[in-house]
Structure formats: C-alpha cells, structure tokens
Design a protein around this ligand. Sequence first.
Ligand SMILES: Cc1cc2nc3c(=O)[nH]c(=O)nc-3n(C[C@H](O)[C@H](O)[C@H](O)COP(=O)(O)OP(=O)(O)OC[C@H]3O[C@@H](n4cnc5c(N)ncnc54)[C@H](O)[C@@H]3O)c2cc1C
Length: 431
Amino acid sequence: MGEDKFTAIIIGAGPAGSTAAYLLAREGLDVLLIEKGASPGSKNMFGGRMYSHALQQIMPDFWEEAPVERPVVREVITFITEDRSLSITCQDESWSRPPYHSFTLLRAEFDAWLAAKAEEAGAVLAYGIRVDGLLMEKGRVAGVRAGTDEMLADVVIAADGVNSIIAQQAGLRKELEPCQVATGAKEVIALPPETISQRFQVSGNGGVAQLFVGSCTKGMPGGGFLYTNKNTISLGVVVNAAALQQNQYRPVDLVEDFKAHPHIAPLIEGGEVVEYSAHLVPEAGLHMMPQLYGDGILVVGDAAGFVLNLGYQVRGMDLAIASGAAAARTIKEAKSKGDFSRQSLSCYQEYLKESFVLRDMEAYKNAPAFLENKRLFSAYPQLATSLASKMFTVDGNQPVHLLGKIIDQLKTNQVGWFQLACDAWKGGRVL
Ligand SMILES: Cc1cc2nc3c(=O)[nH]c(=O)nc-3n(C[C@H](O)[C@H](O)[C@H](O)COP(=O)(O)OP(=O)(O)OC[C@H]3O[C@@H](n4cnc5c(N)ncnc54)[C@H](O)[C@@H]3O)c2cc1C
C-alpha cells in the first residue's frame, strides 16, 4: 500500500461502506475501501430481504443490473407452537412491478457487486486486508494501520459492522453487551426454481418473505425467518444473545429443530444445504447508538447500531445504505471547507435525520424494550394457534361461541384480559 494520503478511508465493504465509497468516488475524491474478507461479501450474511427505497435513491433501477434474487410479492407472519401454526398473509401485486418494494438476495453476490460499483466509480478497493487500528495525530484520527502498513486519510469511516472495533478504538462506543445483540443462524437450501414457485404458490419469479414467532426460539425473544431466492431458500432463527447464553441453546440446534417443524419440513423437503452461517445483529436500537462522529471519523451502518427489528419487519440494509450516503454527503462538504474536525463533521447527524435513518430509529425507539416481553414468544403464539384450531374443529361436542372460546383459551394460557389489552395497546403504540 502506498504512502499517499486519501481523502477518505472506509473500513468494511458491506452495504454501508461500499455506498459511501461509491458516492465519494463518483465525486472524484480519493477513496480507499478496505475489506478483511477474501472478497467483499464473503464474510457477510443476513436473513434475506432488502427494502429497495434507499438504493433506488442512489442508483435508480438498480435491479436491472444488481444480483437480486426475487421481488417479494407475499408477506407472511406465522405464529407457531410445536404442533400448530397460524399465518397472516398479505399479497400485493404492485410489489411485483417497478419500483419493486423489496428483493430477496444473497450477500456474497450483492456485496461483491456493490463494492465493484464503487471500484468502477474510481475507489481503490483492497480486500483480504484487516484493519487493526487507527492512526492518531494530535488527538484526531489520521489514518489506519493494517499489519505493518500505515495509510493516511483526512477522514476514516467505520463501516466495520456490529462489532465495530474501530468505533471502540476511537472512543465513540463501548464494548457490546449480550442483551444489546441477537445471534442469527441461517442455512441456504438449494431447490429447483419451479419447486420453489410451486411450493410457495407464486407465479414466475415472485418471492415470499415469512417471519415466525413462537416455538422456533423455544420461547426466547427472537424469531424465525424464511425467504425464497431464485433456486434456494434462506431459513434461520434470530435469538437474543443474552437469552441464548442463559438457556444454553446452540443456534445450530435451533435451526435443526426449526427445519423439522411440520410447517417447515415439507417446504424444504429434498433440498440440499449449500451454506451455513451465523452473525450478530444489533438489536437495542437508538439505545445502543454510539457517538456518530469525532475528529476525522464517522460511524455508519451496523457499527452505529442502525437496525430495526419490529417482529414484522427486519431492516438494516436500507439503513446501512442511507447512512453510508449521509456520510458521503458530510465528507463532500468537509472537503470543500477543508475542515474534517468533529465540529465540521457534525452535520452527519442532521443528514441522517433528513434521510429517514434517525427519524425511523427515533420512531421505533421503544420497540426493543417491548419485544423483551416473554408472553409474545410463548403465551400469545399458544393462544392464537389454539384458538384458531378450536375455530376450525368440528367434533360433535357442544358448540361454544367465539367469545366463549376466547375466554376459555385465555384461562388455559393464563393470560388476563387486562394483560392482553395492555400488551396490545403498548404494541400498537411502539411497533
Ligand atoms: C441473521 C441476520 C438477519 C438479518 N436480516 C436482515 C434482513 O432480512 N433485511 C435487512 O435489511 N437487514 C437484515 N439484517 C441486518 C443487515 O445484515 C445489516 O444491517 C447490514 O448488513 C449492515 O451493513 P454494514 O455495511 O453496516 O455492515 P456489514 O454488512 O456487517 O459489513 C461490515 C464489513 O466490514 C468488514 N470488516 C469488519 N471489520 C473489518 C476490519 N477490521 N478491517 C476490514 N474490514 C472489516 C466485514 O468483513 C464486512 O464486510 C440481518 C442481520 C443478521 C445478522
């Protein structure tokens, strides 16, 4: 690596880092994008769906060239217990047409494509290199160190993901606590495209996004997910890391049990597991947000805790892309002023608000606390599935009207009316 000074060094070629690199390079600035993986995306995983709006702002009609899998045309939320399931399904034909609402995708291909776009725009992409630390000069960040190499920059972007060692070294955030993160484990299961379309009853290339709540996490806070790709299915679970530790469950076992569930097993029958991966997800929302900028440094994407898990929506990619864009805008202005001080970079926070990132994080700031409620993951899935099962059962016994069935079920599941009403009210306000 040369001795030249870059305007920006970006650590991490995930969606946040590559977006920032692409936009800065497009402006003609000298940018170095460093990725520790053997190629961009090779170390990255997620559940499986990206909402399109953020990337659409930057690269209109990106789907025409990006390696996306299927546009999601059907959303399903499923309550499951060991032997029952109850699903709510929403299909919207407008999601199958441009501008597509969201796409399933696989990170190895998508991240490599986005990093290549940054390179095409003029960024220097260096992969297979792990940044070990920051170079400091007179109390401000002045570059990065990787092994014996030292590289200088006016500004560094910490886009190094949930565990951001770089933001910690800059003194912008503390070490993660287990209660602030969840562990996600996922398998990619290969099946012929026509089998996927048949089993999920979608026509053509339509995709399905399905989230599960209940026994797939053994009652622990978290959920299951299933996304259909072109010729694979992404299937897995996400569970709060503190609960996982406390209950001594291994994510790999949870995935195995989930695969064997009567709702899931027929969907993946005959499929071949082609990939297994696990990763942390920041889940404490605004409460884990670090300081977002310092002298000569900005923090973006998961490194800044920008993930929203609401149970019915999981978002991180769109927030990562938009925060990368806000960082690029900040740096472009700082460059024109020739000032990369903390003060000069502070407009990053304003741009994040304008771009929806901080607005949405603020709007859902109370969701993480609400989602610690254990009833959501055991009593309510039990209640919902048993009630539905009773509604559909005809067995020659004395008929009971719906209200009677509900009262019965509340008693069986030891949930009071007041408790149910309170949880519904709170959930309605924060989710
Ligand atoms: C199980 C799971 C399910 C998810 N599901 C979804 C979903 O369905 N939809 C959605 O929108 N979001 C989802 N997310 C969240 C989403 O994946 C993240 O929000 C998003 O990847 C954040 O992008 P990023 O660029 O900030 O970080 P990352 O994608 O983590 O990228 C960070 C990059 O930095 C590199 N790096 C780290 N340290 C160094 C270093 N020292 N030197 C050089 N390089 C380094 C890494 O190798 C990596 O490439 C999910 C996450 C998980 C774990």
